[in-house]
Design a protein around this ligand. Structure first.
Ligand code: URA
Length: 270
């Protein structure tokens, strides 16, 4: 028997996915709209207690059609594990499409049409689940939450809120010349503060004692992406710790048009 995500066939999600915005809302110069929208990951059956707001999908998400399944997803899945929340969560991103270019994410943080569609998801998810906490990953997700929370519909949401550093913050900081180990320690200290605030407040699926992160992530701190979070039939290596998708191309246009998928060496039955 295999678990799988049954998708978006039922109300109210069928109408939400049927009415997704395209390039009139997400300009193709700033978003990789050609790879299609990636909507969510996690429960849509009313059982979610944590609602997560991520940033934007990357190449693994473009292929698997669910968000937060790569490095960022596995790091954050480990955070959920530390709360004892193994199934009762649902996640959306700030942006439906992958951001293209350095400034694009910030440039569109306050676009009303982008926010309006995101609000329809946030309104629906909070109305159809008993959400105990919203967790925003990174600054753009925090802006998305604050924008939503200022709307009339969002006043019904009275649960907890935590804004934590994005799971790939150490990698972005290192790419900008900062010390990676220092950035990692900073993120994990920030995550420990959020664990202190949420542990014991969120009803766990499996109660676990509070265990803080150290100064660096160790392998046990990464969470496996559950089979139940991906569409039916996706191979197990698409949930593995090894990267299996990358953008390739000699020109910017080719790179934008190409994602190479390769089964990790240790996941091959041959
Ligand atoms: N992948 C996502 O879907 N969201 C993020 O925030 C990062 C990676």
């Amino acid at each position: 028997m295999h678990d799988f995500d049954p998708g978006y066939g039922q109300a109210p999600y069928a109408a939400l996915v049927a009415n997704y915005p395209g390039t009139e809302t997400y300009p193709a110069a700033d978003f990789r709209t050609e790879w299609g929208p990636i909507f969510h990951r996690g429960r849509l059956d009313g059982t979610a207690r944590i609602l997560v707001i991520g940033q934007d999908p990357a190449e693994h998400e473009d292929i698997a059609r669910r968000i937060l399944i790569g490095t960022a997803g596995r790091r954050f899945q480990g955070f959920l594990n530390k709360l004892g929340v193994t199934t009762s969560y649902t996640m959306i991103n700030t942006y439906l499409y992958s951001v293209y270019g350095q400034q694009a994410g910030t440039a569109h943080a306050h676009d009303p049409a982008i926010a309006a569609y995101r609000h329809s998801w946030l309104d629906t998810l909070t109305a159809h689940n008993s959400i105990q906490a919203v967790i925003a990953l990174g600054g753009l997700a925090d802006t998305a939450y604050q924008t939503w929370h200022a709307t009339a519909a969002a006043t019904a949401y009275t649960g907890a809120y935590q804004h934590i550093l994005h799971p790939t913050y150490p990698d972005s900081a290192a790419a900008q010349g900062q010390d990676r180990a220092t950035a990692m320690a900073k993120m994990l200290a920030n995550w420990n503060t959020a664990l202190d605030a949420l542990h014991g407040v969120i009803t766990p699926d499996q109660a676990v004692p509070l265990a803080h992160y150290g100064a660096d992530l160790n392998p046990a701190d990464l969470g496996a992406i559950p089979e139940a979070d991906l569409p039916p039939g996706l191979p197990a290596w698409m949930r593995s710790d090894e990267p299996w998708a990358s953008r390739q191309g000699a020109t910017a246009a080719d790179k934008r048009a190409t994602i190479t998928v390769q089964i990790p060496a240790d996941q091959r039955p041959f």
